[in-house]
Design a binder for this molecule. Structure first.
Ligand code: ACK
Length: 664
């Protein structure tokens, strides 16, 4: 027999960076060396800003499933440092590799991690509990991911609604909370902020204030009071321990229960958005949600645009003790009415409640002198629609899907907070120098007044017709599901590099065409899977549209399996400036519904599993993996195989149908 040899390098290594995590995927080497014992080792190197001077990443970096002797062709690497260059090598190894190690057995990729918010604060301690206050202290988060600028303590009475909470900010790792009611249980959460934004809040920390004044130690005049106080304190201490232990037990229980729930329930810090117009005094909302900035900290440099309320400028913000940063400055023009001032500042009260990498970050407001200003982070590449038009055809499909994923993630956050945007469109997305997209434009009146694409409806309201779901146009039913419709239009704008949805059709014609069941066709070179997702977002029945969490998952899956993005339908000659007819094969599933299919393959017992996990269309089912099956509760390997092989058959049937598709 000939000698066996070391394998050649893994092929097609691709990376996907998500904040401080990196996913690597590759395919098997072209040459296996004539052996079956192929595994992979991953080498991680941290490099200087120029990508040179690399050193081993060391401990602290986590690899899933593992770093060495991998049998899979993918690995997820977590807990990397933010804003850092890394080079990863993936080595193909077999039993004879040690005989002849060489660089031709490895593939490598270099990435830069993004910014990441700090990890949650974990250990909080209460010191000096009194009738009306408590001193809290905590440790720095395990992974600060940057310099901690401040901590925020959120607290509320345990028996009260969590929405009536109070916030205290501090630069140190302790806080003296005052003004509490005696003998009352309070819940505290602490979170840290760096230049990348806020981290998650800590788990709840509960305690009860004292009922008796602190004894005056050394005053022996009234030993009875002292004795009562000491007994009282001991009893309270026992109550406190009991409350703490029960609290801990309960939170452990609820965590176990909630693990399968939506993300918003997992993080006690994710709260519901508060409409600033529900405040009797909207200025109070501004004070609560936006930081007042001294005008002397701001340098206006140039005008970059005109908004409804005045000029939009770029400039610099230098707060005492902090680094200077680039900012965008929205100004309120002179001669404004009180209502205009309120409407202008409502955007800051809304934006100030959000904290997410795909939502534009509010730095603060200037209200104490004129002009009144709203200061936000600066987004170097401006609005997404103009940016795409300027860069027509320059991005890979994966980059475009990355853009869409960012927007969907920001929208998921907003919908988790029960905020409905109402004017989601590429013109209202901003792009920074790293191609990170952030949702912006949160003014309430703006939706109706400022947007040049908004038109008056028969009911008198002003609505951006081309981006808006039919039920929102017809009877103002604005929900996260109508935002999903708009998101589908944004997908179309992105994949067509900023083309105007429905081209030069009039608003009336658009409304009529949508009502008759027509939909936008796939833009040129758009993967079939993405156009299908758009069509799902444009379901007439809003309950049938995907949720933003499902859209994020779907896009993640497409990014992980780039092969699913290869089919573009380009082989079908079709003018792509004509709407799709309602009867197009792409439209409704040509393969019937999931329930019928499960019945046909004698697997109807899993119908509820599919429905509960959101796999409601054959298009969604055909891309499922074995892991997905396990996740939705199909434990039997034989059943998994049966369903997967039938789904494969369905996929090829689908492809045949699409190949037969005719121009409409
Ligand atoms: O497309 P643009 O350059 O991006 O023109 C508009 C203009 O101001 C009027 O809204 C730009 N703009 C708004 N907010 C920001 C921001 N945070 N960073 C950079 N540009 C911004 C927008």
């Amino acid at each position: 027999m000939p000698c066996t040899q070391p394998p050649s390098a893994p092929q097609h290594l691709i990376s996907n960076v998500n904040e401080t995590s990196v996913n690597l995927e590759w395919s098997a080497p072209a040459f296996s060396g004539g052996r079956q014992d192929l595994t992979y080792n991953v080498v991680c190197k941290r490099c200087g800003p120029d990508g040179q001077r690399c050193e081993p990443c060391g401990v602290g970096v986590h690899y899933t499933p593992q770093q060495l002797s991998l049998r899979t062709t993918r690995v997820s690497i977590n807990e990397l440092q933010a804003h850092t260059n890394y080079t990863f090598q993936v080595w193909a190894i077999n039993g004879v590799s040690p005989q002849s190690p060489g660089p031709d057995q490895a593939a490598s990729v270099t990435v830069t991690t993004n910014q990441a918010a700090p990890s949650p604060v974990t250990s909080i301690q209460a010191k000096d509990i009194t009738r009306h206050g408590v001193s809290l202290a905590w440790q720095q988060p395990e992974r600060p991911n940057g310099v901690i600028l401040e901590y925020e303590v959120k607290y509320y009475e345990k028996d009260q609604n969590e929405r009536s909470y109070r916030i205290m900010k501090t630069a140190s790792r302790s806080a003296d909370i005052k003004g509490l009611s005696p003998l009352t249980s309070y819940v505290f959460h602490v979170r840290a902020r760096t230049a990348a934004g806020y981290g998650d809040f800590s788990a709840p920390f509960e305690f009860m204030t004292n009922s008796v004044p602190s004894p005056i130690i050394g005053d022996g005049a009234n030993s009875t009071v002292l004795l009562v106080s000491v007994i009282g304190s001991v009893v309270l201490l026992l109550i406190f321990i009991a409350v703490f232990v029960i609290g801990r037990r309960r939170s452990k229980y609820s965590k176990a229960k909630q693990d399968s729930d939506e993300e918003k329930h997992l993080h006690p810090g994710v709260r519901i958005y508060v409409d600033p117009f529900t405040y009797e005094d909207p200025n109070q909302a501004v004070r609560e949600f936006a930081k007042e900035i001294d005008a002397s900290c701001i340098k206006i440099e140039k005008v970059i645009g005109i908004g409804e309320f005045g000029e939009v400028c770029s400039g610099r913000l230098k707060m005492p003790g902090k680094r200077e940063i680039c900012v965008a400055i929205k100004t309120l023009k002179a001669g404004y009415t009180e209502k205009q001032r309120r409407d202008f500042l409502s955007e800051a009260s809304i934006m100030g409640q959000f904290d997410h990498p795909n939502i534009i970050r509010l730095e603060g407001v200037v209200t104490k002198c004129k002009p009144v200003m709203i200061i936000t982070e600066y987004m170097e590449n401006g609005s997404l629609d103009a940016f795409l038009r300027k860069n027509d055809g320059r991005f890979t499909v994966i980059q475009l899907v990355g853009i869409l994923r960012g927007i969907a993630s920001g929208m998921k956050y907003l919908s988790d907070m029960s905020y409905v945007h109402r004017d989601l469109a590429a013109r209202n997305i901003l792009v920074n120098s790293n191609l990170v997209c952030k949702v912006s434009d949160f003014g309430m009146s703006r939706v109706l007044e400022e947007d040049p694409d908004a038109a008056y409806t028969t009911r008198g309201g002003k609505i951006p017709i081309r981006w808006t779901a039919p039920e929102a146009i017809a009877y103002r039913k604005f929900t996260s599901a109508s935002d999903v419709w708009s998101y589908g239009i944004v997908m179309w704008e992105v994949m067509s590099y900023g083309e105007r949805p429905y081209w030069d059709m009039s608003n009336q014609d658009v409304i009529k065409a949508i009502e008759e069941g027509y939909r936008l066709p796939p833009p040129m070179d758009c993967p079939v899977s993405l156009h299908q997702l758009m069509l799902d977002c444009w379901q007439k029945e809003r309950a049938e549209r995907p949720k933003f969490s499902q859209i994020v998952n779907m896009l993640d899956k497409l990014i992980r399996n780039p092969n699913t993005l290869k089919r573009t339908g380009a082989e079908i000659p079709r003018p792509n400036t004509t709407l799709l007819e309602p009867s197009s094969p792409e439209f409704s599933s040509p393969l019937g519904n999931v329930s019928d299919w499960l019945t046909a393959i004698n697997m109807e017992r899993y119908r509820d599993n599919f429905t509960a996990a959101g796999y409601t269309t054959p298009e969604a089912v055909v891309h499922m993996t074995q892991e997905d099956m396990t996740r939705i509760g199909i434990a039997s390997a034989a059943h998994q195989d049966k369903i997967l092989s039938s789904a494969q058959g369905m996929l090829s049937q689908m492809q045949q149908i699409q190949d037969r598709m005719v121009p409409v």
